[in-house]
Write a protein that binds this ligand. Structure first.
Ligand code: MN
Length: 322
């Protein structure tokens, strides 16, 4: 997935200032962003009220959309730097191509994990013959300074650990670990991502780590997390200091749990890049425009994305300062 904003703002995030050391219940709604011709996504991070949850720095929720008579997702080749992308589907499929030569269809409840390191390019599309519904989330994880210049990599993990808790709760561990069940996906800071299925009538408690900050994204249904009723496409920030999360649902529902150690480094995000300085962003944009560093994506039917114009002057944060 690419940030397709015509005029993307730069976002400065990371550090301890935004982190709530104690449990909170901060409900965030998404901003609708068009993605290509036919898709609208809800962007939950970065949000005016919150920029990161652990190393998670970008969350788009999309669908469920009926794409039976439409091309569906069509995101042309575009670059990334300084981050990992996580593709997570509940319905449909996404065909991933990248400049390493990867060609992989990612299906529901399979992990597509791309580590950009210093530079990678990729495209994402609904295959020609696709399922009727497309529903999923695209997430980015910021890489810490020690790993952000590493070689790019793509991992596909079709089988992930599953936990059946009591009380109707079922969890799939996407990244990190819950209760001793660890995902095979490579991570570079302590974090967790999980898909939570709550059967109708669920009343359960999910174990958490007090040092992590957490949020839950509602995918479908109408669950309650720590007493807060959640509509699909909303994000509830929970802060740090929790040992467990009470979860309830009267109807079949699903959530994504996202958490991690607060990300201490200050980062600058612009378009599809995570960097530490304005100059790094400018150089990355030039390298993409001149066709160097990021490599070529083969097989996508159409031109690659052009980088939007940089805002004038040094990149500065937009939105509420906390
Ligand atoms: Mn992308």
């Amino acid at each position: 997935m690419s940030n397709l904003d015509v005029k993307p703002a730069a976002t400065v995030c990371g550090g301890r200032d935004d982190v709530s050391a104690a449990p909170v219940r901060e409900l965030l709604t998404g901003r609708e962003v068009p993605l290509g011709e036919s898709t609208v996504v809800r962007r939950l991070l970065p949000n005016l009220g919150r920029r990161m949850v652990g190393a998670w720095c970008f969350i788009d929720h999309y669908g469920p959309d009926d794409i039976a008579s439409e091309p569906g997702m069509q995101v042309p080749p575009h670059p990334h730097m300084g981050l990992q992308t996580v593709s997570w589907l509940h319905d449909g499929e996404v065909l991933h191509r990248d400049s390493l030569g990867s060609l992989q269809t990612v299906r529901p409840r399979e992990l597509g994990l791309m580590t950009s390191g210093r530079a990678i390019a990729h495209s994402e599309e609904s295959p020609r013959d696709h399922a009727r519904y497309l529903h999923g989330a695209q997430l980015w994880v910021a890489l810490p300074d020690a790993h952000r210049h590493t070689a790019p990599a793509f991992e596909h993990h079709p089988v992930l650990p599953e936990i059946t808790g009591g009380g109707g709760l079922h969890a799939t561990v996407i990244l990190g670990e819950i209760d001793g069940a660890a995902s095979p996906g490579t991570i570079h800071t302590p974090l967790v991502g999980a898909d939570l299925t709550l059967a109708a009538g669920t009343d359960a408690r999910l174990p958490l780590v007090p040092d992590f900050e957490y949020a839950v994204l509602t995918m479908s249904g109408e669950a309650e997390a720590d007493g807060v009723r959640l509509a699909p496409g909303s994000l509830l920030y929970l802060g740090c200091g929790r040992r467990e999360l009470p979860l309830r649902a009267d109807v079949d529902s699903s959530l994504m749990l996202l958490g991690g150690e607060p990300f201490e480094e200050r980062i600058i995000m612009w378009w599809n890049f995570v960097a530490r300085t304005s100059d790094e962003i400018t150089t990355a944009r030039t390298d993409w425009t001149t066709g160097s560093r990021f490599g070529d994506v083969h097989g996508y039917a159409g031109p690659r994305l052009s980088a939007p114009a940089l805002p004038p002057g040094p990149l500065k944060p937009r939105g509420r300062e906390r």
